[in-house]
Design a protein around this ligand. Structure first.
Ligand code: DGY
Length: 321
């Protein structure tokens, strides 16, 4: 009998990560990458010591209550962990870990791509090229918003917000941020702190959202907060979809209150609000923030580092519960 801990892995992972899993654990892999439902999560964990889920798996209080007593640790393949009921895990004495740091740059890159794509009308331009509706060059055609020197408001100045601030410095943007607390000046990279969200919104020609999804941030971008942005502002979201009130954002993009939006995450994704699909001023990506080969390997390795530490009797470095 194998003495390696059994790990239930909910989705197909990159080859290098599955190889390392096979070397050190007895993994239950998902070779056809189906999305397990709640019962499959519970069944898959029967007799397993660990669960390695992804953001697509809803590890609810009900699922956790039904998990086999054998399950001691949940190591999610993600930095976000709102898909796991942390309190329920804590009550059952199950350790939970995530994968911070390793996806910071990839996600900040996507935020910059969305910022530029939304400001410079990349979706409309690409459609013109592909659909052969591109007419002669014209002085008044396809004018977007100038990025260099413009003001960027960062909502949530954690690792990814800071990485975007560093990138924005390369575009000579004036960076403002709102956060629970002011950062050490070394981490601010010259960004201007606003203790008050409204005061930051008022100077955000571009607003980029980087706060986690919590009860406090649910629909934090709504009709009221959008109204406080300058007319013609741009909204970028690479955090979580439910921090945005979709109806309010779609309405502001339709009325012209906002110039454009660049979105990578959506409430209820992949079944996004249908109102986004026809908006030519919405530059839309399908949750690609961490989707580089190197980053996805690094996320898997980070989850495994946490499992390795846990099974070696050490404190996992990314323990969140
Ligand atoms: C995460 O890790 O939480 C990301 O959303 C995945 O890209």
């Amino acid at each position: 009998m194998s003495s390696k801990p059994v790990v239930f892995v909910t989705r197909t992972l990159p080859d290098a990560v599955e190889d390392r899993l096979r070397a050190n654990y007895e993994p239950r892999l998902n070779s056809d990458d189906h999305l397990p439902d709640a019962n499959q999560l519970v069944e898959g964990c029967r007799g397993a010591a660990a669960l390695l889920p992804c953001p697509t798996d809803k590890v609810t209080a009900d699922v956790i209550a039904r998990l086999d007593d054998s399950v001691k640790v949940i190591a999610t393949f993600s930095v976000g962990y709102e898909h796991i009921d942390i309190n329920a895990a804590q009550e059952r004495g199950i350790v939970v870990t995530n994968t911070p740091d390793v996806l910071t740059d990839a996600t900040a890159d996507i935020a910059m791509l969305l910022l530029l794509g939304a400001a410079r009308r990349a979706y409309e331009g690409e459609c013109m090229v592909r659909k052969a509706t591109w007419g002669a060059w014209a002085p008044t055609a396809m004018r977007g918003v100038h990025v260099t020197g413009n003001r960027l408001g960062i909502l949530g100045m954690g690792r990814i917000g800071q990485a975007l601030a560093r990138r924005a410095a390369g575009f000579e943007m004036e960076v403002h941020y709102h956060n629970r607390s002011k950062l050490d000046p070394v981490l601010e990279h010259g960004a201007i702190f606003h203790a008050d969200l409204d005061s930051m919104l008022a100077v955000s020609d571009v607003l980029s959202i980087h706060c986690p999804s919590t009860p406090d941030t649910l629909k934090i971008l709504n009709a009221e907060t959008i109204a406080k942005l300058p007319d013609g502002a741009i909204v970028v979201n690479t955090a979580r979809g439910n921090v945005v009130d979709d109806e309010a954002l779609i309405s502001a993009l339709t009325s012209g209150k906002l110039f454009a939006a660049g979105l990578d995450v959506y409430d209820g994704e992949p079944n996004i609000h249908p109102g986004y699909r026809d908006l030519t001023n919405a530059f839309l990506l399908p949750h690609l923030g961490s989707a580089t080969m190197a980053t996805r390997d690094a996320m898997g390795f980070r989850a495994l580092d946490n499992l390795d530490a846990f099974f070696a009797g050490q404190e996992p470095s990314d323990r969140v519960a």
